[in-house]
Design a protein around this ligand. Structure first.
Ligand SMILES: Cc1cc2nc3c(=O)[nH]c(=O)nc-3n(C[C@H](O)[C@H](O)[C@H](O)COP(=O)(O)OP(=O)(O)OC[C@H]3O[C@@H](n4cnc5c(N)ncnc54)[C@H](O)[C@@H]3O)c2cc1C
Length: 334
């Protein structure tokens, strides 16, 4: 089943993951079995799939029936209904599943008051990076957006009150930047020649590339291959001419702009993954499987270095202001 997410609580409640032969496999990967953290479970699933232990549709199974179908129906009403909509019986049968990316842990660098390096630009929620470290725990996505959304709102209001009358706070828009952005967006309306066809195959190929080479298990060769292909996609998009040049409700134009952004974000992810020669949380390098020294942890900061789109990468030290590696805030555990 793809296109919807089955919640982690299913594994937490005791659900089993099974391979195509209907056998459990998590014992090969972690003593916590299906209750291991999501990065470990994803890698285990990916490895089983790579090894060819597949269900008819190329995935694996989750099975809840041993917990009692009535109980599952009661405890996971929404999930059972969602699966039924897709033709699967979660309460008593098997549901085909695959690991998926459903969260972006990177984002704009920001301070705890939601300010950024650009004066007047605030960020919060999934657009901001660093809140979860290398591995977001279940439930913390909405908490992040809610807490920092509130902080950003209050800070923005205070900033407007404070800076409202100051000319410095509200600079004139940079006309050259705006014109350059418009020119970039209008490119497929101007270009002559090139393809006029459907952008969907390119988007599908991009998804497959990111899944295969930049996804759950990465290595230097795969990442370099991916960067080469991404650069080709960019050129292909630059040479693309849309058949329909209208500016009103032109969905193909939207698709083109979205694809340009997706290729750009994909490049950032692949470059950052290539630069990071260790494995932390959701970032796993088969050629550098160890986490490395936690005390000297760094995070990866990527910025566009020039108008040509070259990326500059800095590894910046993590400031452990409250809890250092090896410490805990949980009283009992401490
Ligand atoms: C399938 C799925 C299941 C999840 N389950 C959980 C869970 O169980 N627990 C949990 O904690 N987290 C979960 N998450 C993560 C969590 O839902 C998200 O991280 C969170 O909702 C993000 O909130 P946000 O406000 O930061 O961003 P978003 O909810 O993405 O809001 C951004 C908004 O901006 C709008 N927008 C985008 N571009 C523009 C533009 N140019 N102009 C104007 N508006 C624009 C978008 O339409 C959108 O409404 C899940 C995510 C997914 C995808």
């Amino acid at each position: 089943m793809t296109g919807t997410v089955l919640e982690e609580g299913l594994r937490g409640a005791g659900g089993y993951l099974l391979d195509g032969n209907r056998e459990r496999f998590m014992h090969k990967y972690d003593a916590k079995l299906e209750r291991a953290t999501r990065d470990i479970v994803s890698r285990a699933m990916f490895s089983e799939m790579k090894a060819g232990h597949l269900t008819p549709n190329g995935g694996l199974y989750i099975s809840m029936g041993h917990l009692g179908p009535e109980n599952v129906r009661k405890q996971f009403k929404g999930m059972v209904e969602r699966c039924a909509d897709c033709g699967f019986d979660l309460a008593g049968g098997l549901v085909e599943v695959v690991p998926t990316a459903h969260y972006m842990m990177g984002g704009v660098e920001f301070d705890v008051d939601c300010t950024t390096a650009l004066q007047g630009l605030f960020t919060a929620g999934e657009d901001s990076g660093g809140v979860h470290g290398a591995n977001r725990l279940g439930g913390n996505g909405v908490a992040n957006s809610t807490v920092f959304g509130g902080v950003a709102g209050e800070e923005m209001a205070a900033w407007v009150r404070r800076e409202g009358g100051s000319q410095a706070a509200f600079r004139d828009a940079d006309r050259a930047q705006i014109d350059a952005a418009i020119a970039r967006c209008e490119q497929p309306l101007r270009a002559k020649g090139g393809a006029h066809g459907n952008l969907e195959p390119l988007r599908e190929t991009l998804f497959d590339l990111m899944w295969e080479k930049v996804g759950i298990i990465r290595d230097a060769q795969g990442l370099k291959d991916a960067l080469g292909v991404l650069s080709g996609f960019d050129s292909e998009l630059d040479a693309y001419t849309l058949a329909d040049h209208s500016r009103a409700f032109n969905l193909s134009w939207h698709d083109w702009m979205n694809l340009k952004s997706l290729v750009q974000v994909s490049r950032v992810i692949a470059e950052a993954a290539l630069a990071r020669e260790d494995s932390r949380g959701a970032h796993f390098r088969a050629d550098f499987p160890k986490a490395g020294a936690l005390e000297t942890s760094t995070y990866t900061s990527v910025r566009q270095a020039d108008a040509g789109g070259r990326l500059a990468i800095d590894m910046k030290p993590v400031a452990f202001t409250r809890v250092k590696p090896g410490q805990t805030l949980i009283r009992d555990a401490a």
